[in-house]
Every structure is written in structure tokens, then in C-alpha cells.
Design a protein around this ligand. Structure first.
Ligand code: S3P
Length: 177
């Protein structure tokens, strides 16, 4: 049987990559980060893709990276913060496994993303962008999520433990493993 993937989604600064790496290590699974796949394929950083080619070009690369990651049986997948807004990505990821939504309070996100230098969507005014994007995206993430874990004031290791507990309670996860 195909081993189900564990997909971490949510806003920038919720710890998807750091938590995903640790979760994969703890479970002995492969780890894939869609932002990293995009950068490897494009041969440049995400900020450069946005400035040279624009956001639509980045989203097309991201869609291809999501399809690639979803095909890696049993991987822990960390998504870029916008990937789960695309219904095609969500369908593909739900077929591959379970979607774990990582959340954090706005003040915590702001303290984690700093000046937003490496994140094109936050570069101009991080506070205003975080407020606006969280309001737009929160309901979309919530609708796609199988389980939700709050990362505010938790270390990455604590979040890994919370995810394991949440999966153990999830009927969708239990019935697919
Ligand atoms: C984005 C989040 C970033 C990256 C790109 C766009 C978004 O990933 O994919 O800058 O639209 O939220 P992280 O969530 O890993 O910062």
C-alpha cells in the first residue's frame, strides 16, 4: 500500500520547514520542502524569481513542485505559505496524504519573519501584509486542513509532538495508515 504523506501547510513563519525536517527525522521519513524544490529547479532564490519573472511564474513552478512532492510516497512535505491556496494543489495533496495546518498568532508570526527580507510578499510593510494576508487566507487554510496545530509559544520539538498526537486522534489518518 502507498504510504501516506504528511503535508504541513500554513502561513509564513509558522515553522513548516523546521518542524517538517524534525518530524521527518523522528518518523524516519523523507523530507521535502516545496520552496527548496522551486529554488533548485529555477536555480535562483524565491525573491529573485518574484522580481525577475513575477508571482504567476513562481506559482507555476510551485504547482510543479507540489506535484513532484506529492508523488514521493510517505514523505513529510513542507509547503510554501501560498501553495495551499490553489485548489489544484490541495486536491493533489489530499490524494497523497493528510494536511496539517500550522497556525500562530499574528504577533508571533511578525516576530518570526523579522523584516521579511527573504519573503517578497512581506517586504514592503510586514505588519500590514501579515494582517491582510492572514484575514484572506485563514479561512482557506482552515477549509483544506485535516488537523490544526497552534505553534505559538511552542518549540519546534513541542510542535512535532503535538502533530503526532493530533494524527493519532485523526480518523482520516487512522483509516489511511
Ligand atoms: C509565500 C510563502 C513563502 C514562499 C513565497 C510565497 C506565500 O514560503 O513560498 O515567498 O505566498 O505565503 P514560506 O511560507 O516558507 O515562507
Amino acid at each position: 500500500m502507498k504510504v501516506r504523506a504528511i503535508v504541513l501547510m500554513g502561513f509564513m513563519g509558522t515553522g513548516k520547514s523546521e518542524v517538517g525536517r524534525r518530524l521527518a527525522q523522528r518518523l524516519g521519513r523523507a523530507f521535502v520542502d516545496t520552496d527548496q524544490l522551486v529554488e533548485e529547479r529555477a536555480g535562483k532564490r524565491i525573491a529573485a524569481i518574484f522580481s525577475d519573472e513575477g508571482e504567476p511564474a513562481f506559482r507555476a513552478l510551485e504547482r510543479a513542485a507540489v506535484a513532484d512532492a506529492a508523488g514521493r510516497s510517505g514523505a513529510v512535505i513542507a509547503l510554501g505559505g501560498g501553495a495551499a491556496l490553489d485548489p489544484q494543489n490541495v486536491r493533489c495533496l489530499r490524494d497523497a496524504g493528510i494536511l496539517v495546518y500550522l497556525t500562530a498568532r499574528p504577533e508571533i508570526i511578525l516576530s518570526r519573519v523579522g523584516d521579511g527580507a527573504h519573503r517578497p510578499l512581506l517586504r514592503d510593510d510586514p505588519r500590514a501584509a501579515v494582517t491582510r494576508l492572514l484575514a484572506e487566507r485563514g479561512p482557506v487554510y482552515a477549509a483544506a486542513a485535516d488537523v490544526t496545530v497552534d505553534t505559538s509559544e511552542r518549540t519546534a520539538e513541542e510542535v512535532v509532538g503535538e502533530i503526532q498526537q493530533a494524527l493519532a486522534r485523526s480518523e482520516r489518518w487512522k483509516s489511511s495508515t
